[in-house]
Every structure is written in C-alpha cells, then in structure tokens.
Design a protein around this ligand. Sequence first.
Ligand SMILES: Cc1cc2nc3c(=O)[nH]c(=O)nc-3n(C[C@H](O)[C@H](O)[C@H](O)COP(=O)(O)OP(=O)(O)OC[C@H]3O[C@@H](n4cnc5c(N)ncnc54)[C@H](O)[C@@H]3O)c2cc1C
Length: 410
Amino acid sequence: MYDAIVIGARCAGASTAMLLGRLGHKVLLVDKTAVGTDIPHGHFIHRQGPQRLAKWGVLDDVVATGCPLVTDITMSLGGVPLYGKNLRVDGIPFGIAPRRSALDKVLVDHAVAAGVELHDQFLVEDFLRDGDRITGIRGRDLVSGERVERLAQIVIGADGRNSRLAQAVNAPTYEAVPSVSCYYFSYWSGVPMEELQLHVGADFVIFAFPTNDNLLALFVAWPIERFAEVRRDIETAFMSAIDRVPTLAEQVRAGERVEKFYGTADLPNFFRKPYGPGWVLVGDAGHHKDPFMALGIADALRDAELVAQAVHEGLVGKRPFAEALAEFEQKRNETSLPLYQENLARATFTPPPPEQRQIRQALVDNGNQADTNAFYKAILGLAPPETFFNPENIGRIMQQVAQQPAAVPL
Ligand SMILES: Cc1cc2nc3c(=O)[nH]c(=O)nc-3n(C[C@H](O)[C@H](O)[C@H](O)COP(=O)(O)OP(=O)(O)OC[C@H]3O[C@@H](n4cnc5c(N)ncnc54)[C@H](O)[C@@H]3O)c2cc1C
C-alpha cells in the first residue's frame, strides 16, 4: 500500500512525487513512456518557473543538461520590436527552455533521490475502486507485459490533458473553450540566439528561443481555422510565416533544420474539478490552455507544490483531504483564471486594447530601458502589475514621449 501513486512522470507528476517523497511519504511514480524521452510539447519556462526550480534545488541540474538561461526578450507586434534586457528576479534569469527529455529526467532523478519508487514504461489501464472512491491502479508493464495492481491512499493524475483518471472519475470541466489555434515547431542548428523572440502578426505568431544542444526552437501558431491548409504543406506554411520577419528569416535560412516538424491542433482550454474521493489531478490533467503565453509548465510546477502540500496534510491527518484539496482548487483558480482569459484573448489574435498599444508605443519611442524592463516584469508576472501600471508611472512615460522633439523625416 502506497501513500500516493502518481500517474505521469513529467513536469507536474515528477515534481509532485519529488515533493511528497521529500515530505517522507511512500510514493509510486509511473509513466507509460521511458524516462529521458521527449514529448512533443513546447518548453519555454518563465513566470516563477525558474525561481521554483531554483528553490527546489533543481535548476542547476537543468542548466547542467546544456540548456542556457534566458535574460532577454524581443516582443514584436505588427513588426515593431520592444527589447527587454537582463530580466532577472533575485538574480535568477526570467526564462529557460530545456527539452522535455532533459527537464523531466532531472525532476524524476530528484524524485527517486527523495525515495520515490519509479516504474516507467508502465501503462495505467484502469482504476481500483471501493464504491465511488479510487483506491489504486491496474496496469501493464510495457516491456514484460506483466499485469499489476497497486493500492494507495490517494491516486494523483498528472497524466496530461487527455487524462485517463479525469475520464474515469468524470471530472467536471468548467470555463471550457475548444481549441482556438494550431501549432507546428521544430529545431535548427547554426542559428545563434540567446533571447526569447516573439513576433505577433495579425494571423500568426512565432516563438524562437535557445534550447539544449545549441539548438534554436522555432514555434509557429495560426488560428485553428487555418489548420487544414497549414497541415497540407507544413514546411511552406511554416517558412512563409518566418519570412514575414526578414531579420529572423535571414538567420534561420542560414541554419539547418535538424528534426521533423511536430504539430497539434488538440489544444482545448478548460479547468477540471481537480479532486474527489481518493483522487487528485495536477498539471494539464486539471487545467489546460492554449500555449500562447507559455503558462503550462510554470503552472504545473506551482500546482505540484500546492497539491503536494494538500495531499501531505491529508495523509498526516492534519485535515480532511477534501478540505485541503478544495483550498488547492481555489488557489489554482484564483491565480490562473485572469491569465487564462488573457491567454485566450491573445490566442484568438484579439488586438490589445488601444491604451495598451499606446503605452507600448510610448516605450518604443522613449527608448528608456529601465521603463521597458519594468513593463516586461509587470506583464511577465515577475513583479506586481501595479508597479508599472499605475496612473503616475503611465502619466510620466506618456509625458516624456509628448515632450520629445518630433522625428525629422530623412
Ligand atoms: C505545442 C505546444 C507548445 C507548448 N509550449 C509551451 C511552452 O513554451 N511553455 C510552457 O510552459 N508550456 C507549453 N506547453 C504546455 C506544456 O507542454 C504542458 O502544460 C505540460 O507538458 C504539462 O505537463 P504535465 O506534466 O501536466 O503533462 P504532460 O507533459 O502531458 O505529461 C503527462 C505524462 O503522463 C503520461 N501518461 C498519460 N497517460 C498515461 C497512462 N494511462 N499511464 C501511464 N502514463 C500516462 C504520459 O506518457 C506523459 O509522460 C505547450 C504545449 C504544446 C502542446
């Protein structure tokens, strides 16, 4: 009998297992894939993600896989770039984009070091029940074929957006919106880039960032309505988006694509009720959203911490599971809901409100790096929004721009 069984050994599941292991619990961590393999998902981590990895003592090992930390950002709207430089919180760079084979393995290694029992290449096929309570898992070792049943006080589904556990317990969804965009991505060698670049057009967005093995990751998203057309000739659609940004296109075309294109249009947006008798959902299993704002991994790490604490309190009898897990759901939603709505607006290519565009233009025009960095820190969740978006600060920036001499046409 385990205290907890965690299904899914990636950013949500491996972190939850690691934290529960560190709290002294007997944990089984399973995944149908082999540890150290990739998963075709994006992987730019920001918004407290790097800080959380550092707090857990994991960030140095992620960097040691050969993944550079990122301090700079260029976000270009309609062809007008705005540069954020040297963005750090408590000395920790604002972003890092490890391949999932690297990140997830580091987390699993730390879970195992914390005493967690690992069974990878193990497919969970069904659940053991006592009435409406989930009491364990039934599954199959994909190498030996052996069928196995395991019992636990609580089963944690970190098994991704199509979670089998969520389906088995009929976890209700709310705030659900079907996929609004589609993505393709791949990796290039010979394209040196140290920053995160975002190029937002009227009906496409490009994300470019450095990752392991000196590779550049390039992602392009389009509105979901264009999926059939893009899929018909991925390379042409992909490169014609890149060509819309000539400076980037020049760099990319000088390099070489070293992997196939990966893609998906299965990007539903939802919250699920994340707990019930004997079960909990964490990461994408409980809350999924379009990748536009790259929220998934940082959210998964945050929720791993909340779930591990709640499950710990239930296991040691500090308070009933239901009470501790209700608090997890409330905290998750409180933090995620405003960003979820903003993310949906951006993923549907809704132009930002005029006042936001004005402020952005003012920052471009006044060229003050400290102001631009403060803007980025506020919109990337690295500082409270009101540190930048307060009437006094906005008034000052707008006034500075108004006082600048008009540019003399050449
Ligand atoms: C195209 C794309 C781009 C993205 N870009 C970004 C980005 O730049 N930044 C960001 O933060 N997020 C991004 N995301 C989102 C991010 O990838 C997810 O939020 C993150 O992977 C969630 O992690 P997870 O651990 O919850 O689930 P997953 O990473 O999906 O892992 C689930 C695990 O569960 C295992 N599993 C499932 N079912 C079973 C079973 N029955 N038995 C055993 N094992 C099982 C799977 O094998 C898998 O390993 C992107 C996603 C996509 C699709």
